[in-house]
Design a protein around this ligand. Structure first.
Ligand code: PMP
Length: 323
């Protein structure tokens, strides 16, 4: 039986924190995992993280952990860019995540947050110090939809620009860079929209506030190139594979202008948290007759079946954890 620690409701996203987490080389109660207010990562955002989903399949009495390998490889890449000393292999981190999930045994869709952080008290923002001990943590929450995946989202172009590779690299999932996300999301909500689309400093479309964006034009899926200051999403990459293999669609990564969005046939966000979420309004331009588009819906259905372990061919991207 899972003991849920607390219930938090934040801007329509309700979640429960699971009781156990991994902190300083042990699985301990979440309530006991505490860091100093002088901790370097708290002072300077000097940490990197991942968000991984595990989908609960009631028939199989199992959680299916999705793309663990890819996420934990990316966390090492992010740590390298930040010059953190992340001294665990991908497999060691996967083993820890699986252990934490088994200990909590949630019978619900779960979202897992691994992070490497500068576990040190030091004045000065340098992220490199030979003597530092950087720490790995894993916490979990139960999570349904992070953004609405059914109605079609009403979004705006943010007045904030996506942070640049020359400032804080967007391809690394750095905790501190989510201030950029937060500013765009807050602006969107406060001005009556569901979410935001970032342009980059060149004025090209980058991505959503915390998810990638696909545009459908003439049956082709189009998404921004990796050099447009985006986080190169694992979900985006996977959708590219399934769109090509299962739906026979062409997928292109290229620069996208803002006004291309207004005349797109369909638009959707994708990401581990966001999953596949149709966008039906951008800057008050109506997309796809204000309904989730046909291709978007097909991809959404396929993605959901794969995540729940219902398509054998794609089980290689899942780790089954019996609960
Ligand atoms: N962009 C940003 C800024 C994100 O935070 C996320 C969520 N990790 C994504 C895109 C989607 O990435 P992924 O599909 O790897 O979760």
């Amino acid at each position: 039986m899972v003991l849920l620690y607390t219930l938090i409701s934040m801007a329509k996203t309700a979640f429960n924190i699971l009781e156990y987490c991994y902190f300083r080389d042990q699985i301990i109660p979440f309530a006991n995992a505490q860091i100093s207010i002088m901790n370097h990562s708290f002072m300077y955002g000097s940490a990197v993280f991942e968000g991984i989903r595990a989908y609960y399949n009631q028939d199989d009495k199992a959680l299916y952990l999705l793309h663990a390998q890819e996420h934990l490889q990316r966390i090492l890449n992010s740590a390298k860019i930040l010059r953190l000393q992340a001294n665990k292999s991908v497999q060691e981190m996967i083993d820890i995540v699986v252990e934490v999930l088994k200990k909590n045994a949630p019978q619900q869709d779960t979202y897992i947050r691994p992070s490497w952080f500068k576990d040190t008290i030091r004045i000065g923002p340098s992220v490199y110090c030979e003597d530092d001990q950087d720490s790995f943590v894993v916490s979990c929450i139960t999570l349904g939809d992070y953004v609405d995946t059914k109605k079609g989202l009403n979004v705006r172009t943010s007045s904030w620009r996506r942070l640049a590779d020359t400032a804080i690299p967007a391809r690394a999932k750095v905790n501190g860079s989510y201030v950029n996300t937060g500013l765009a999301k807050a602006e969107a909500i406060l001005s009556g929209y569901d979410d935001a689309i970032f342009l980059n400093d060149d004025g090209h479309v980058a991505e959503g506030s915390a998810m990638n964006l696909f545009m459908v034009t003439n049956g082709t899926l189009v998404s921004s190139m990796g050099s447009e200051n985006i986080l190169e999403g694992i979900t985006r990459n996977f959708i590219t594979t399934i769109a090509r293999e299962e739906l026979g669609l062409q997928v292109v990564y290229r620069s996208i202008d803002r006004t291309e969005l207004y005349t797109a046939d369909e638009l959707f966000f994708c990401g581990t948290g966001a999953q596949v979420a149709p966008v039906t309004n951008v800057d008050n331009y109506v997309i796809a007759d204000a309904k989730p588009g046909e291709i978007t819906t097909k991809i959404q259905d396929l993605y959901s079946q794969i995540c729940h372990g219902k398509i054998d061919k794609y089980k290689k991207y899942l780790i089954k954890i019996e609960i």
